[in-house]
Structures are given as C-alpha cells and as structure tokens.
Write a protein that binds this ligand. Structure first.
Ligand SMILES: [Zn+2]
Ligand SMILES: [Zn+2]
Length: 759
C-alpha cells in the first residue's frame, strides 16, 4: 500500500454481530484483507467479531464482508467507527479471542460441504473414506457442545488430540480448517466400527453395514444428534419388522437417499431441491409422485419425508448400499432417541440386529428437523438438528424486554429463552407424558440456560396448571412473576413474533385451529378467532362446542367425535349405521351425564369426526394427528380440490358445523366419493373461519389476519384459508412450527410485553 494515501479517516473499527463464530469468519476476513490490501487485525469476542482495518478501499471491504460471507455465517449487524490511526500496521493478522460471556450465537450443525465430500471420495487424500471429515463450512457444532465459548476443549472432540497434520491445518489461516473445532483425520480422530451383540466385527464397518442392510437387517446407526434405526426402504418385510419391534404401527418413517435416488421416487421442484440441499439438512416432505415404495412406509399419506446424507458417515453408507434407507429415530415409540453407546446397546437391543458405532460422544440429543414447502414458503413440522440453536430477532418494541423463560406445552414440547432482543426456541423435546422425555426436558432447560448465560426475571407457562411444564414453571418462578398464558393466545402471539409484528402495531384477527387448550372461560378451546395482540385478546368467534365423550379417549378415538357431531346434526340414525360396531349408546350416556365429557371447540377433533365418518382411523389413532393427516391426503385426491365448500352456520360468534354434516350426509347417501367429501370439508372449514376473520378486519377491529395452531400444518387447509383471504394481509408460520412446538415463543413474548408495559 502507498502509505502516503493513509490518513486518519482510513482506519476503522468494524463490529460484526450475528452467527459469526465457528463458521470460518476470521479466515474469510483475513483472505479478504489480503486481496484488498487491508492491514490490521481480526478477533472474536463476546459480542461477535471485531476488525481493526486500515486501507484505502474500506467501503468496498465492508460491503464484501456482508456479500461474500461464508455460507454458514448469518450477519445481524455491521457497525463501524472511524478510528484515530496510531502506528501503521505492517500486515493483517488474526489474534486470539478476547473477553468472556456470550452474546453471540452458537451455530447449528451443518451438512457435509462439497469440499469435504470430495476429499472423502478421493483416494489420493488422507481423509479418503473417513466418516468424520469436517471443516469451518460444515460438520458438528451444537450436537457436540458442552459449554461456551465454542472451542475444542468445550466439545466432545476434546479427548482426541490433534495429529501434526491436523494441527497445521488448524493453525493456518489459508486453510479451510483454520480453527475448525471438530477437525479430525483417520490418524487422530473418532473411529467407526460395526458391532453385533456387543462384539466388534473386524472389517470395513461401512461395507459390513451395507451388506447387512441389503440382506434386510435393521441397523442402529450412530449419527450426529442421536441414533437412527435403518433398513432398506424398498423391503416391505424389513419395514414391517421394524414397525413391530419399535412399536410404531403406522406413523410415517423418514427416508434417506441421494438426490438421484430421491428423484426416482418423487418429482422435486427447484425450491424443494434448495431446501433439501441446505446445510441444515432437514427432512423434507415430498409427494409420492413417481416410482412407488412400500405403502407401509407412510400408510394412507400422500407424502414421504426425505433427507439427504448429511455426514460423511451417511454419504459413505449410501454410496455402498445404493438404495434408499429408512432413517427413523433410535428409540422405542414415545421415548427420546438414544445418544450414548451403552444406552443404545441397552435400549435398542430388541430392535436392532447390528450397530454402526463410533466414539465421538453426542452431547445434545437432537432429532432431525422435519419441514415441507408450500407455495407460501417453508412449513416447519418439527424443529431440531440443523435449525437450533439459531435465534429469532424480536419485533420492534421488544428492545428492552427482560430475560424470560417460557415452558411451552406438553405433547410437542419446546421451551423458549428471551435475551438481548432475541428469542431462542429450544429443539423439539417430545411428549412429556414419557418419563424419560420429561427428565430430558428439565435437563435441557438447565443446560440451555447455562450455555446461553440466561438468568430470567420473568417466567411464563400455559394457563392449564395440570401440565407438567406449568408445574415446573411454578416451582422455578420463586419470587419472579409467573405469567400464565391462554394456549391459543400464545399461538397467536407466536405467529405475531415470528413475523416481527411490532409491539404497538395494533390488534390482528388470529384464526387458531388446534387440538385442545384450556380456554379463558374454563372450557376447552381449539377452533377460535381471537382478536388481539401481545397484550390481550377477545374471542370473536369459535367453533360450536361438542362433548369430548370419554375425555382423553375422545382424543384417541375419532368415532367418538363423529357420533357426537352427527347426533348434534340430527343424524343419529346415520351414526348408528356408520358406527354399528362401536358402543354408541354407552357413549351417548356419558355425554348426557356430562361426567368425563367436557365441551370443546377443538378443530382437531372436528377433523377426527369427519375422518371417522369417511372411514379413516375410525377406531383409534396410532399417533397424534393421524386422522387429520389421512383426511388431508384424501382431500388431495379429489378431482377438484377447491370444490364447493360445505356450509357452516354463523350466528353470534358461533361457527356451527351442523349444516356441514347435513350436506355431507346428503352427498354420502348419493354415493359422492369420499375424497370429494374430504375436500368440501376442508373448503367449508376454511371459508367459515376466513369469513369470521375477514369481518373483524373489514370492520376495522383488526389490521391483519394471523394463522396458527396445529391444524395449519395441513397444507391443504392453509392454502384454502389463504385463498379466501387473498386481498387481506395475512401472517403465517414459516420458521417455527404452527403447532405446540412454537407455543413457548408466544408465551415468552406475551410475558415480555406485559413486563415492558408494566402489566
Ligand atoms: Zn467441509
Ligand atoms: Zn489428524
């Protein structure tokens, strides 16, 4: 550089905030500085990355910092101050981390990058065939993290001492493994082996595994966030055996395949391919549109969940088996998946025929994320590995929010921490009725709080005090304020927060179609139009209530809801004909007595009722949401998916499905195909609720419509509601689940809003 051109305005201190540590950001800055003739230094600190830069092209340098950043980096802000230049630096250097504490994000785990994959497949490279290659652009992050900051000593890689070759890569700023904490090679890193009955079998672990899979065996495979159970996805008998052993009768299995394999079974749109190949490596729901696979992979559903291989281990295995694999979580149905080797040997003993094992410990138990794509964007069904612990920025008005912990719901559990203007929603923690899942939930609240240095001053939970999470919240709150949030208000607020609806932006009309949640009036809600914001709400409309005859049994057994709804519609005779094999009269006595038959406006149970009328999962659902998912799959087969909607009656805030059931009964008696009935049901429900929400907007009582609740995981319903609201601003979920997996975010922002407004 020509030193004469340097003056006091050519030195700057640049602060970069966001997800900028553990993603190769400092070597990227170093290389950029070399190219642009910039002198100075870069280092990590508690708030992110700091750069001291001296040069003549600093504007271009700053632009490039953002436009050319590494793929895993996520920049929230770049702040610059002009510095007085003392002595001119000779060169640009990377200096060691400074300061303690943690304001910066932890990076989620990332799928193997192209460069690492090429090395693993190249016989000339020292990592040829190595299952644990990774670099600053890919590999394990959160799943191996024990504490902050994200340094090797704080990960489960700590016990693997780097060899000289790895050390030199780790220390070289030009290398793509500069400060890559999980760096490893066959000489110094984790090791893979194949095991049967607790004994290691000598030979190539990948080849041995592939051989057994091809023979129809079930393998337990240790992955990134936990163990999977795998079998050949073309082998119906192996799939049936896996179902039996895992005690998972009908719930869909996820599949792993390479892109060419996936393309053989489904048509992938360019957007779906983009989502599949994202470093987050999520399971993507794709239509069963091409060469069929066995029906017992996902009985009665129109989609299959596909994931690409996302670690070198998975790539090597798929290269060797050359077929799609079932890749389902390594557990018995309902329990958390196994992560430790002894734990897996114990828990999966009666399920797996053999094990593909390694000796890198999994620290955070992370299920695969499950997502879909609609024409309206991403749809998150389960948020896990690859998506956590990324944070969401809070909406305007929440800058001074206190630190809040919110405990969420019960069945699709997740908690949420608010801090420094950001929300950290935990990964999916499963159904807390399972004692192991409950134990895990409590431990993870503690470990997240420690990792993210979180010290709440406000605690939030559901209004329903019998939930385990509500009891934990009450116990943890001590002297802190405990905010109990109505379930569907929390759904509404979660949708507002995700869409960064400002604190002062005014009320919206939330269409909340859900399972069950305790209502503000003591009855059970689940099909509502709530008008409000973070600070409060009123119930503007709701589905006409029906008894949940038999209480919990009514959640599991769709026929119960069908009999109640048909009886209400004056169609008891039809109910007797359709459900002659079930004890209808006993059920009616329960409903009349009112004992163990609470009234509910749940839209989820209305789906169950309609599904049972059409003969889907009539007797009982083998997993939550089965009846509704099968009803949706049926509706998609209708020749005109947007056929004439069945009518609902609307009177004084009550949306009554009586005319809907009467119209369906008429169709049924005239031999109209079931798929047409399913489509007309979806359209009717969408039209009724969209109409009620529209009324609120057109009367000036709401500024937009928000859609939330578990039923909005139904892409057909979502699409129809959006069509009816085409000319109105509508907020939907695209980054967090619409179901109870997103509930804690809503609870947290409601508690924060109350605190900010001195409530
Ligand atoms: Zn890589
Ligand atoms: Zn090494």
């Amino acid at each position: 550089m020509d030193d004469s051109r340097i003056n006091r305005t050519t030195a700057r201190r640049i602060r970069v905030r966001g997800q900028v540590q553990g993603v190769g950001f400092r070597p990227f800055v170093w290389q950029l500085a070399q190219r642009m003739g910039v002198k100075g230094a870069v280092w990590n600190d508690a708030e992110g990355v700091q750069i001291f830069a001296v040069g003549v092209q600093l504007d271009a340098f700053e632009t490039a910092l953002q436009s050319q950043a590494p793929s895993l980096a996520r920049i929230d802000a770049v702040e610059t101050t002009v510095e007085k230049l003392g002595k001119l630096p000779f060169d640009f250097v990377i200096t060691s981390s400074q300061g303690k504490g943690n304001q910066t994000g932890v990076t989620p785990d990332a799928a193997t990058c192209d460069a690492c994959l090429a090395e693993v497949r190249d016989p000339a490279q020292r990592r040829y065939g190595y299952a644990f290659a990774s670099c600053t652009q890919c590999g394990p992050r959160f799943s191996i993290l024990q504490g902050m900051p994200f340094d090797r000593e704080m990960t489960s890689m700590a016990r693997f001492a780097m060899c000289a070759a790895c050390r030199s890569e780790y220390e070289s700023p030009q290398d793509r493994r500069f400060h890559a904490q999980p760096i490893a090679c066959p000489d110094c890193g984790p090791r893979l082996w194949f095991e049967v009955d607790g004994t290691e079998i000598s030979g190539d672990a990948i080849q041995l595994s592939a051989q057994r899979l091809k023979e129809g065996a079930i393998l337990a495979i240790k992955g990134l966030g936990g163990f999977h159970l795998a079998c050949d996805a073309r082998n119906a008998a192996a799939i049936a055996t896996l179902r039996l052993r895992k005690r998972r009768l009908t719930k869909a299995f996820a599949l792993m395949g390479t892109l060419p394999v996936i393309r053989r079974h489904t048509d992938i749109s360019p957007k779906e391919e983009t989502l599949l190949t994202d470093p987050s490596a999520v399971v993507v729901l794709l239509d069963k549109s091409r060469e069929p696979l066995p029906e017992n992979l996902a009985p009665g559903l129109a989609t299959l969940g596909w994931i690409l291989p996302y670690t070198p281990l998975h790539h090597l295995l798929l290269d060797a088996v050359e077929c799609p694999l079932v890749m389902t979580s390594g557990n018995s149905s309902g329990e958390p998946q196994a992560i430790g080797n002894p734990e897996a040997r114990e828990k999966l003993r009666d399920i797996a025929d053999a094990y593909l094992m390694h000796d890198r410990d999994i620290v955070q138990r992370l299920d695969d994320s499950v997502e879909g794509l609609t024409q309206h964007g991403r749809m998150v069904l389960r948020r896990g590995r690859g998506r956590v612990p990324a944070t969401l920025p809070l909406p305007p008005g929440f800058e001074d929010a206190p630190q809040v912990v919110a405990y969420g719901g019960q069945i699709k559990s997740a908690f949420c921490l608010l801090k420094s203007g950001k929300a950290l929603l935990s990964h999916h923690l499963g159904d807390l009725d399972d004692p192991q899942a409950w134990d895990r939930f409590q431990k993870d609240v503690t470990s997240y709080s420690r990792l993210f240095d979180h010290h709440p001053s406000v605690v939030a939970c559901d209004l329903h005090r019998d939930l385990r999470t509500s009891q934990l919240a009450a116990a943890q709150a001590g002297d802190m304020p405990l905010v109990e949030v109505q379930h569907h208000h929390a759904h509404l607020a979660a949708c507002l927060a995700e869409n960064r609806w400002p604190l002062d932006a005014g009320p919206v009309a939330g269409i909340i179609l859900d399972g069950l949640g305790l209502g503000a009036d003591g009855t059970i809600w689940g099909g509502e139009v709530l008008v409000g914001d973070y600070l409060g709400f009123r119930r503007a409309a709701a589905l006409a209530a029906a008894p949940l005859a038999g209480g919990d049994a009514a959640q599991r057994e769709p026929w119960r809801n069908a009999v109640m709804r048909l009886d209400q519609a004056g169609l008891a005779d039809l109910a007797d004909t359709l459900f002659s094999d079930w004890p209808r009269n006993l059920l009616r006595q329960v409903a009349t007595s009112g004992i163990n038959a609470p009234l509910s406006s749940s839209a989820g149970r209305l789906f169950d009722a309609m599904a049972a009328c059409l003969g889907l999962a009539t007797d009982r659902q083998s997993y939550e949401g089965e009846a509704a998912m099968r009803l949706q799959a049926l509706a998609q087969r209708a020749p005109d998916a947007f056929g004439t909607p069945y009518p609902f009656a609307y009177r004084e805030g009550v949306l009554d499905p009586i005319p809907m059931f009467q119209s369906w009964a008429y169709d049924h008696s005239n031999g109209v195909p079931a798929e047409v009935g399913a489509a007309r049901f979806h359209a009717g429900l969408a039209q009724a609720f969209a109409g009620a929400a529209r009324t609120e907007v057109e009367a000036g009582r709401a500024k937009a419509v928000a859609l939330s609740g578990g039923c909005f995981q139904n892409a057909t319903l979502l699409d129809m509601v959006l069509r009816y609201l085409r000319d109105i601003p509508v907020l939907i979920h695209t980054r967090i689940p619409a179901n109870d997996g997103g509930l804690a975010l809503g609870q947290a922002v409601i508690a924060a809003a109350g605190s900010i407004r001195g409530g």
